[in-house]
Design a protein. Sequence first.
Length: 169
Amino acid sequence: MRVEVLRLGHRFARDKRISTHIGLVSRAFGADKLVMDVHDPHVEESIQQVASMWGGPFTVSSTINWREYIKKFEGDSIHLTMYGININNAPEPVLSAERDKLVILGGRKVPSEVYQLADYNIAIGNQPHSEVAALAVYLDRLQGGGELDKEFEGVKKIIPQEHGKKVEG
């Protein structure tokens, strides 16, 4: 299963940090790619630097036509929104690894068209919270926690410690 994350509504002046965190969570929690609806070289470079140092085959790109990107995606498109069906009641394909997944995350007000284009509108709880948190919970549920044991084989590697910090590389 391949997992891509589509970030909608990135605002250059306001969302650099949150979009970067979406990319970092996507990579660390097992997604293969982040696609943004605008090209922001600062966000892209920051995420690619982490991937090159810490490992993993993660890519970042942009699209000028997110509508077509959703329509042409071969797999299940999952829009994470607090207005969707609670993940605890989600239909089976939402958490199935049988098909590729496109996880759609909005920033500012999401165009109503997204709710129609997505195969599933899923809520990680039906209360306002961060799209970063929703992404992390969804990716963890999708992979049953297996992404937390993934080896990234980067230049740097954290050696888990009960106390203190140890990094090789």
